[in-house]
Design a protein around this ligand. Sequence first.
Ligand code: NAD
Length: 432
Amino acid sequence: MKVGIIGTGYVGLPTGVGLAELGNEVVCIDREPKKIDALKAGKITLYEDGLEELFHKNVKAGRIKFTTSMKEGIENADLVIIAVGTPPHPVTKEADMKYIHAAATELAEYLQGYTVIATKSTVPVGTGDDIEALISKKNPFADFDVVSLPEFLREGFAVHDFFHPDRIVVGANTEKARNVIKELYKPFEGKTQMLFVKRRSSETIKYASNAFLAIKIHYINEMANFCEKTGADITEVAKGMGLDSRIGNRFLNPGPGYGGSCFPKDTMAMSYMARQNDVDMTLINAAIAGNTKRKQQMAERILEAVKGIENPKIAVLGLAFKDGTDDCRESPAMEIVYNLLEHKANITAYDPKAMGTACQLVGDKISYADDMYSCVKDADVLAILTEWNEFKSLDLNLASTLMRHKNIVDCRNLINADEAKKSGFVYKGIGK
Ligand code: NAD
């Protein structure tokens, strides 16, 4: 199938590479010439495990191309996938639709023959209708259907999740469009549940899923606070809860709050849509407020550990919003760093993949270390903010000889508390 993909970000690029690997002819379109120039030059523009290898393989096979030209990407396509950003509106916090509307308007004039336009971006309910109207207005003779094809990939596991999705949700209002999507996902037949629903249901499934997961994280964080006051251990509590198949053991890791480019914006967008429709969504609103407070609480914990120390040096391990990615958008680690900077903290940070993206956000307001040990050198507290596996292997004895004061605030419960204490640390984990 000939596929045009608009937007080569964290969703568009892995999707493009994955579809090329399945044998489709893919053209990835982005309005940022810098991104397209890099991709054309064989340089991958974001970090995702396993993506680079697959990217080179498919570029070499001629199955994937990159362009800034909408015409080039759309005119021969059987399927156009929209994967542009839907960031929160700066004032209302609803999903800002300017990129979606621009993409729909720009692609309209190049449609030739029957084309399915599939929205992978996370979009408010009713967006499919808006896209339909925009395209018809610009090109009244266009023969097309608009389908909602929400993306559920986890950043850091985008390649894995592309090839092993839990489910594929398709919101299509015509049989013809459904058949095009069925054909696209034929390689997954019998392996993955494909759910065909109304377009508006599909648009809602994405928000309902993300909001549910955000609430689950908020819930376990509140339960961790409870454990801290009562002498229970959240790790044991979460394990006991997770063994109940109705609850499941995923998203029960307490931490510094949820972050990333999806949960914060999607919960706010869902809350906005609920208000617009006069529906009370108290749980989502509680999760949003609680998550903001969570990051402040974590920063306070770190400052508490160095109370009384003059001009303390804070070593931060982890800047990405989670492990396996270089993405720092809405990262709890970054929010905590900003909060610490407001208190004039002296911060040195290390992250295995996200130093470049973090540097674009915070610049030289913090120092960057080349590894864990140069990060902790002369520090008065070590704050672990992202759950990278690498941090679990920190040699605590060595770290304790390098640090000025032996304090660890472990916001991800990565370090064994007993071992830390044996190495002379004052250790503070979460929910213990
Ligand atoms: P991103 O910001 O990484 O990428 C979007 C890309 O679209 C950018 O490169 C931008 O230059 C390009 N773009 C914008 N307007 C364009 C236009 N008119 N023509 C061509 N290119 C254009 O965003 P992302 O993280 O890939 O997210 C995209 C969408 O997918 C969002 O709606 C997001 O909520 C959703 N989503 C993201 C994830 C994730 O893990 N990041 C997961 C599921 C769903």
